[in-house]
Design a protein around this ligand. Structure first.
Ligand SMILES: NC(=O)c1ccc[n+]([C@@H]2O[C@H](COP(=O)([O-])OP(=O)(O)OC[C@H]3O[C@@H](n4cnc5c(N)ncnc54)[C@H](OP(=O)(O)O)[C@@H]3O)[C@@H](O)[C@H]2O)c1
Length: 309
């Protein structure tokens, strides 16, 4: 009624073999039964032939009529037949048993081969991941060892740095300082920060980090897929800058050697992006310049430089 799917009987080779063997078994039992009936009739016939019809009446061995020996010999054959069918179960030949065994061994071998292949695949995968991780960390450590890596950021008292993929304030002296410090250097940024610029900043090499494999950027902008690759792209620069945003700052904090913070002395509650907390047991303040609010600057702010302890 509800469009029930029609069942198509499917019997595999093994099932077919089992059915054939069951049929053989039935036939064998049947033959044994027929043998028994023929034996009974034959025995009666032999007795009648000898005693009633007088066939071989005089032929006796050890004073016993020949039909007794004939019946005993037949009985022996019948018992042998019976033993074959019910005790030794010879109906399945040795060849068949060997065939089954070979098939089982072949199946197990197949499973072992499959397991080996899977193991090899796993090992190769793990080796590749380890190699990638080693390459990434060696890229990071080669930059860390050779040069300075500076994080530059402007953050409110509550660490606010942005809202709706834009800055929250406009502080012209802060922008001037940013331009002066990063001038001529590689500036490493997340894809979102890059997209918040109207166009690439002059006289700086932009390194944009994205997970997108086919991200299109204007000519001259270097696009990479990881922080390690970004540092590798900037390896010839003795002081590349990490310029944001929130995601990238978080990833760069453990590897940066210097922080150039513009601390904006206000709290921005409506921000959606934040700078990580600065841990003063790791970072040492080495300089601070304070700037009051004025007609060009809506907020007071301080330029603070931290070095890794
Ligand atoms: N106050 C400041 O000094 C300052 C400075 C810079 C930015 N900002 C502000 O910060 C906000 C943007 O920050 P955000 O955190 O939203 O974004 P973001 O850090 O600029 O960029 C995030 C993007 O970077 C890519 N990315 C991050 N980690 C990656 C990794 N490990 N491997 C590959 N790609 C990776 C991803 O790009 P895909 O999605 O393409 O894969 C991710 O979506 C804006 O409001 C901006 O104005 C403030």
């Amino acid at each position: 009624m509800f469009g029930k799917k029609k069942q198509t009987p499917s019997i595999d080779k093994d099932q077919l073999e089992l059915i054939e063997n069951a049929q053989k078994r039935i036939k064998q039992k049947k033959r044994l039964y027929i043998h028994f009936v023929v034996f009974l009739i034959g025995a009666v016939f032999l007795i009648i032939a000898n005693t009633v019809l007088g066939i071989g009446e005089d032929f006796k061995i050890a004073d016993i009529n020949w039909f007794v020996y004939a019946i005993l010999a037949w009985l022996f054959l019948f018992v042998y037949h019976f033993v074959n069918v019910f005790i030794t179960n010879k109906f399945m030949s040795k060849d068949w048993e060997k065939q089954q065994l070979d098939r089982l061994v072949a199946k197990q071998q197949q499973r072992i081969d499959q397991l080996k292949a899977n193991l090899l695949k796993e090992e190769t995968k793990i080796a590749k991941i380890q190699m990638k991780e080693e390459t990434q960390s060696s890229k990071i450590s080669s930059v860390k060892n050779k040069s300075e890596l500076t994080i530059i950021v402007a953050a409110g008292e509550n660490n606010a740095i942005g809202k709706d993929n834009d800055l929250i304030w406009h502080l012209s002296d802060d922008l001037k300082r940013f331009k002066r410090l990063t001038n001529g250097h590689h500036i490493i940024m997340g894809r979102k920060t890059f997209e918040s610029f109207p166009k690439p900043l002059p006289n700086r090499i932009h390194v944009v980090i994205t997970r997108q494999k086919d991200y299109k950027a204007p000519e001259g902008v270097i696009v990479v897929n990881s922080m390690a690759d970004a540092l590798d792209a900037a390896r010839k620069d003795d002081n590349p800058f990490i310029i944001g945003g929130g995601e990238i700052y978080k990833q760069a904090m453990p590897i940066a050697s210097k922080l150039e913070i513009t601390r904006v002395h206000s709290i921005f509650d409506d921000a959606d992006t934040f700078f990580p907390e600065i841990n003063t047991s790791i970072w040492k303040e080495i300089s601070r310049t304070t700037h009051d609010a004025d007609e060009k600057h809506a907020h007071a702010f301080s330029f603070i430089t931290y070095d890794r302890k």
